[in-house]
Design a protein around this ligand. Sequence first.
Ligand SMILES: *Cc1c(COP(=O)(O)O)cnc(C)c1O
Length: 481
Amino acid sequence: MKYVSTRGMQDLGSFSDVLLSGLAPDGGLAMPESIPTFTPAQIGAWRGLSYADLAFEVMRPFISDIPEDDLRRLLRATYTEEAFHSEAITPLTPLGDAGPDGGGLFLLELSNGPSLAFKDMAMQFLGQVFEYVLERRDEHLNILGATSGDTGSAAEYAMLGKARVNVFMLSPHGRMSAFQQAQMFSLHDDNIFNIALEGVFDDCQDLVKAVNADAEFKARYDIGAVNSINWARVLAQAVYYFRAYLTLNLPDGQEADFSVPSGNFGNVFAGYLARSMGLPVGQLIVATNENDVLNDFFTGGVYHVRPAEQVAMTSSPSMDIGKASNFERYLYLITGSDAPQTHGWWQDVGEGRPVDLRGTPHWDAVQASGLKSGRSTHTDRLNTIRRVDREHGRLIDPHTADGVLIGERYQRPGVPMICLETALPAKFEETVQEAVGRLPERPARFEGIEGAPKRFEVLPNDVQTLKDFITAKLAGKLATI
Ligand SMILES: *Cc1c(COP(=O)(O)O)cnc(C)c1O
């Protein structure tokens, strides 16, 4: 399978090439040159496979440059009960009674991995496959990232102890929750460098961009990324849509709907990829919070990104985005892989102009694609957390609450609605406590984590200081080998 750019560049290489590179040289995102499809009967035959072996079937057609035995081994090493604290890896739990007509509301548990958020599902695979590809190529990778919480901890847990990978993770000093800080800063491995930046999240992101803009520094120090546009993350996320569908054990070809708390559009795009591969997905619900750029698009036909200063801080912070980086992949597929069209739109996006699909055939294609949307507010989240706790005896986190609320709104008789649980409530306990008046349970391994010794360094908001820091740490590591 060859990869191409959403903006027209033809040969981006193989899976391993796009795994290690960020944006395509033309500024677009990597896409497979075609999307393999499966019949309902072929998909049905995957019932009963382990999570890892199902992942192998779903991902194999996209990965032609890793021998099948190696890929299977990597996936089996990734999706273990030890890492995900459940044999099913992604258990599917009913919320209330499955209606007599076969419908009902379900929670797809994606957050039982090391960092307690769904980002582990893909990041754990990235850790394995990076190590494998770097070993084969005899290369090293220094991941430089910015996080407001969930991505950073998922990346660090995934890269722990990996000999060929170092992680330099910037976070806004003093602005993460106590739990998130403790999660990241209590990791003391030699290849993990936590940098608390004197600034806000956008400053962290700007510094990462500034370092990446220095091509010489980037090449010399093997700087790479694990951000949400990474194709391997999207692909690994498609697997749990198949898994959830097969767990329901519906007759071959019968539809299920999904509701997805959304920010950068990576998770829900993975669902659209699964649908494009032939998985019988009816509706894919894009649930947003007050930062509702995506809801504006799916309800009104106009995509208009918002500058960072117009992005509100909400109680579902991992969805606080003003532009959805993976959205370009979706519009590219909507046009039938029309790269010149996509390129033109993103030129507009880049210059702050809206993309208006109203009255065009593209808008018809959007409406035929199964994607729908809704938005919710802080009060909605509190009410939903409280109601789901009272009615179903289940505590959910504020992001998941966004998804459950909007998912219920689109529920259809006789069709299961699967709501994706994107974090455990323990990760956002302040809001959960506000909703139900008590703290959520914490997995035992995180008891008292705020008291664990922390390792991080505070840096000023300055590119040169950051570069010097990276250079010095890498020199220090070489000296100790
Ligand atoms: C990252 C994240 C999201 C948003 O997912 P996208 O793939 O960016 O749309 C939602 N909820 C939680 C808890 C997250 O960490």
